[in-house]
Write a protein that binds this ligand. Structure first.
Ligand SMILES: Cc1cc2nc3c(=O)[nH]c(=O)nc-3n(C[C@H](O)[C@H](O)[C@H](O)COP(=O)(O)O)c2cc1C
Ligand code: SF4
Length: 666
């Protein structure tokens, strides 16, 4: 078998896991309301059916103080057990296993009564925590233990105790957040006492045949965080305390270093798990950016971990394990680390889902059911919206013809995949290409769909997904040879010189700036200042600035912060990376003209010339939907989706969701 190590069972003594794939913990938002547990159960059942060896729930608070925000998911009283039974029964009936994560948010709690080791406010929270008394600490431990017992009553196969990412337990471990002078602060033994007591007392309460995973912070990435030696010591103590396995945690939420975004190389933190593994006999789970079975298998092959966690990759494709086991890895819908559908949603207080899989966490609402009788449907445009719609229609049994003007599928994704940090977009197109084959969509490339021909061809319905074209702003000199559009640049039709002005600082402007300033030899760890020796507290070293040789101006007409529309969890990464590379960001500019001298602007300070070799136009898009009106008289239903419907911002999440949602109803 190709993935022999990934699909080797793991014997825990009292339980056998069928393989080494763990679905990592993800808060979806469904955990927070009792009425949503049937949806949560269906969500987990799909992942159990997909073959993951072990699932871990999103974080559940052990008490009110540990809530992420008011009325977040909590398990502290017997009355809250029944809803969890829906989840455990659904998973078990699919032959799966599931642990519930106990997450106490400590000083990250976004409500007015957080508790923490010391009264030190987190830079990302406006609420200051109350420092706990010694008895108060013991009360919190009792709440963890009570929560684990209730999880056992609910039928979970175990619990994961969340000890990383800067939450409550991690806050005791790090001098940054713990300046206590009692038995819970000071020496490492004292700072680690909470973590070990929680595991020890939980084990005593749940008995031997129940999984206890401790998620240990291998790399804090904040000043005053732990050192490698401290992490190793804690790892070495966990077996004695009664843990079954250790999972790896990477980076506090307040860290200013990306740890899960596209800028992070696949499997970048395997070495952190390897250090933990060397310090313990317990099985260790590696994490972050393992989005393919090949990467996971390679990790196990090196002997650096015993299991591999895949969180977002199983949002994107619940069937990833099964497809891998059956040698169908080219059918995997790969997580592209965009955070747009999942983490950004959580931070906006919405339900998490997935950009490439809009059914994630909507399993009971977005149903893909077989149709009878089948219709003949024409889909025009093979960008994300058209691809999602055509393949879902065909999966349901419709006969679908997909027209694409270009010589290949992908639409705007063909440009996006060229941007450093978006290489995973290649996989989305590989997935759709394979799905076209599997579902039997008839793909006509290099074909401009004409309304007369379409109307004459006897289709029962039309879906217009013809996407967008780059908007050309009305600037005098816009036809000057030094002007390049973003599709021309990213497709390699034209190259930019050593000095460049980018007109437009939306998502594409930032992508183009990243493309133009990227240094292929730059090392992610050096660029962001990660101490791979783990000698320094928090694993930090001064970042090595990789200033770009190219002079790049990123410009926007509007006043206000550049990149304000970028994703909540990724915008800061783009801004700080570009700043470090020396990109000059300017707002409130008026474009006057482009000529042989360069780009002429006016700002509040007066007139200015940017003497640049090239001006790249990233000034938004316009919908391409002429066919929709031409087909209106055909007497057949015409549906418009994706960029063709609305080109306000390039939004692949909306495009794919509209494609699948429409296909589910036709
Ligand atoms: C939407 C979302 C919610 C998350 N919620 C939790 C959580 O409740 N507890 C936790 O330990 N980690 C949480 N994480 C972090 C994941 O467990 C995981 O460490 C991270 O996504 C990186 O792994 P991946 O690349 O396999 O997704 C969350 C991640 C996402 C994307
Ligand atoms: S939304 Fe993006 S990051 Fe999140 S699971 Fe889907 S593809 Fe991955």
């Amino acid at each position: 078998m190709k993935y022999g190590r990934l699909f080797a069972p793991l014997d825990l003594g009292f339980m056998r896991l069928p393989n080494r794939i763990v679905m990592g913990s993800m808060h979806t938002g469904l955990e927070d309301r009792a009425r949503n547990y049937p949806k949560l159960a269906a969500y987990f059942a799909a992942r159990a059916r997909g073959g993951a060896g072990l699932l871990v729930s999103g974080g559940i608070a052990p008490n009110r103080a540990g809530w992420g925000f008011p009325f977040a998911g909590k398990l502290s009283s017997p009355g809250e057990v029944a809803r969890h039974q829906l989840v455990t029964q659904a998973v078990h009936s699919e032959g799966g296993k599931i642990c519930m994560q106990i997450l106490h948010t400590g000083r990250y709690a976004y409500h007015p009564f957080p508790v923490a080791p010391s009264a030190i406010r987190a830079p990302i929270n406006r609420y200051k925590p109350r420092g706990l008394s010694s008895d108060g600490v013991r009360d919190q431990i009792a709440d963890f233990v009570n929560c684990a017992r209730l999880a056992q009553d609910a039928g979970y196969d175990g619990v994961e105790i969340m000890g990383s990412e800067g939450y409550f337990i991690n806050e005791f471990l790090a001098p940054r957040t713990n300046n206590r002078t009692d038995e819970w602060g000071g020496s490492l033994e004292n700072r680690a006492r909470l973590a070990l007591e929680i595991v020890r007392q939980t084990r005593a309460a749940v008995g031997p045949d129940f999984i206890i995973i401790f998620r240990i912070s291998g790399l804090d990435l904040v000043e005053g965080g732990g050192t490698g030696a401290e992490v190793e010591w804690l790892a070495s103590q966990m077996e004695g305390a009664g843990a079954t396995m250790l999972n790896t945690g990477i980076g506090w939420h307040e860290a200013r270093i990306p740890t899960i975004a596209g800028a992070v190389p696949r499997g970048a933190f395997g070495w952190v798990s390897a250090r933990i593994k060397a310090a313990t006999r317990l099985p260790v789970i590696a994490t972050n950016r393992f989005n393919s079975p090949d990467g996971a298998e390679a990790m196990l092959e090196k002997g650096d971990a015993d299991l591999v966690s895949m969180a977002r990759p199983l949002l994107a494709d619940p069937d990833l394990p099964r497809k891998s086991a059956e040698g169908r890895e080219n059918e995997i819908n790969t997580c592209i680390a965009c955070n747009q559908g999942c983490l950004d949603k959580v931070f906006e207080g919405k339900r998490a889902t997935c950009l490439v899989n809009p059914r994630a966490a909507y399993e009971t609402e977005l149903l893909i059911e077989p149709v009878k009788p089948a219709k003949r449907i024409a889909v025009v445009g093979a960008g994300p919206a058209g691809l999602a719609c055509a393949t879902t229609l065909a999966e349901r049994g419709h006969r679908v013809t997909l027209f694409e003007r270009a010589h290949e599928i992908g639409g705007q994704f063909r440009y996006a995949r060229e941007v450093p940090g978006k290489e995973d977009f290649h996989d989305t197109l590989r997935y759709f290409a394979r799905r076209i084959e599997l579902t039997g969509v008839e793909l006509r490339l290099n074909t401009t769909a004409e309304s007369a021909q379409l109307a004459a061809d006897g289709f029962d319905a039309f879906v217009i997904a013809s996407g967008v074209s780059a908007r050309v702003p009305d600037i005098p000199g816009i036809d000057h040879p030094r002007v390049i559009t973003y599709p021309e640049l990213l497709s390699g039709v034209k190259q930019a010189g050593e000095s460049v002005a980018i007109v437009g600082a939306g998502g594409i402007g930032f992508d183009v700036a990243t493309f133009l300033t990227h240094d292929a030899d730059a090392d992610y760890f050096e660029e962001w200042g990660i101490d791979r020796t783990l000698t320094n507290r928090g694993g930090l070293v001064p970042p090595k600035r990789v200033t770009s040789r190219r002079r790049v101006y990123l410009l926007q007409r509007k006043p206000g912060k550049l990149g304000a529309t970028l994703g909540k969890t990724t915008g800061w990464i783009h801004r700080s990376a570009l700043k470090a590379r020396g990109v000059v960001m300017r707002n409130g500019v008026n474009y006057q003209r482009i000529d042989d001298a360069g780009l002429h602007l006016t700002t509040e300070a007066g007139a200015e010339l940017l003497a640049v070799e090239h001006v790249i136009i990233c000034a938004g898009q316009e919908s391409v939907k002429g066919l929709a009106s031409e087909l209106a008289s055909s007497g057949k239903p015409v549906h418009v989706i994706g960029g063709a419907l609305l080109a306000a911002e390039l939004d692949a999440e909306r495009a794919i969701r509209e494609g699948v949602t429409l296909a589910a109803t036709l």
